[in-house]
Ligand binder design. Structure first.
Ligand code: PAF
Length: 280
């Protein structure tokens, strides 16, 4: 496995692969990898001849008061993890490699980016779309892999690829959870022992909501209400949002029916965590 820091090197390596007829899978990440990322990498390795993992904490998707500086980083551990899963290349650029002086072109999207996380993080998805499209242009993958935990991000990327006629297959992969149910996230490392325990209210709420829907309840007021009750009972938790939306458009829905997404963002202390369940 190789680790490179420049766009030129990635282009040379992936260009040679494509010339040899190899399919290339891309797993975009911000590093500090866990088993959730591992599931994306393993799937990419199993479905493509070559797999690229990008590790880049993308500054333009963080708001001014967010955790860009403190976002956890451990490139050595990440490299060993990627290698153990069979990845072929890590692209780990410095911010200046991705955003040269005078950089001023962004990819933005209406509607989907304005809901859910887009309300408290108004510039976030512009930063995500911009970096993802840059990574697509640099690596030119055949397939790219994203987690369902960031369900709004996944829907936005699918929409962007469709809107801009990009010839890339977007693969969404299931949420990976800790044994006690907490969705895996690099930000879980911010949690104190008491917060870690409190954070279980998210997965408990997801479990309750999805059980209600499985048992035939489609009224979003009832389902979201029951989920909120669980979170509100936890003193360390503060709800940013719990909403049922159409999973393609992100617009609020009264009926939880396919393709619905019931999603939440909750502060546990200072840490903002997300979780969701989709109705397929
Ligand atoms: O999901 C993430 O880790 C990031 O938003 C992504 C897709 C790698 C873009 O920086």
């Amino acid at each position: 496995m190789q680790i490179v820091k420049t766009i030129k090197e990635v282009r040379e390596i992936t260009g040679a692969w494509r010339k040899n007829g190899y399919t290339v899978g891309l797993v975009p990440t911000m590093g500090y990898l866990h088993e959730g990322h591992g599931s994306l990498i393993s799937r990419a390795v199993s479905e493509n001849d070559r797999t690229v993992v990008s590790i880049f904490v993308n500054p333009i998707q963080f708001g001014p008061s967010e955790d860009l500086e403190s976002y956890p980083r451990d490139i050595e551990k990440d490299s060993a993890f990627c290698e153990s899963l069979g990845a072929d290349l890590i692209f780990n650029p410095e911010p200046a490699e991705m955003y040269h002086e005078g950089f001023s072109t962004y990819v933005d999207m209406d509607i989907l980016t304005k809901e859910l996380c887009g309300i408290t993080r108004p510039m976030h998805f512009r930063g995500v779309c911009t970096v993802v499209i840059k990574l697509f242009h640099i690596v030119q993958p055949y397939r790219a892999y994203f987690g369902q935990k960031d369900a709004q991000q996944l829907a936005i990327i699918r929409h962007m690829v469709d809107d801009l006629n990009m010839d890339i297959e977007i693969k969404g992969c299931p949420i990976v959870r800790e044994a006690d149910g907490l969705a895996k996230s690099s930000r879980n490392t911010y949690l104190s022992a008491a917060e870690r325990k409190a954070a279980l209210c998210l997965s408990r709420a997801v479990q309750c909501g999805s059980d209600m829907v499985k048992n035939g309840e489609t009224d979003s007021v009832k389902v979201v209400g029951a989920m909120k009750e669980i979170i509100e009972a936890e003193p360390l938790a503060e709800i940013d949002y719990v909403k049922a939306v159409n999973g393609l458009t992100m617009q609020q829905t009264d009926l939880i029916e396919a393709p619905a997404l019931t999603a939440m963002a909750v502060y546990i202390g200072k840490t903002r965590l997300i979780d969701n369940f989709a109705v397929k």
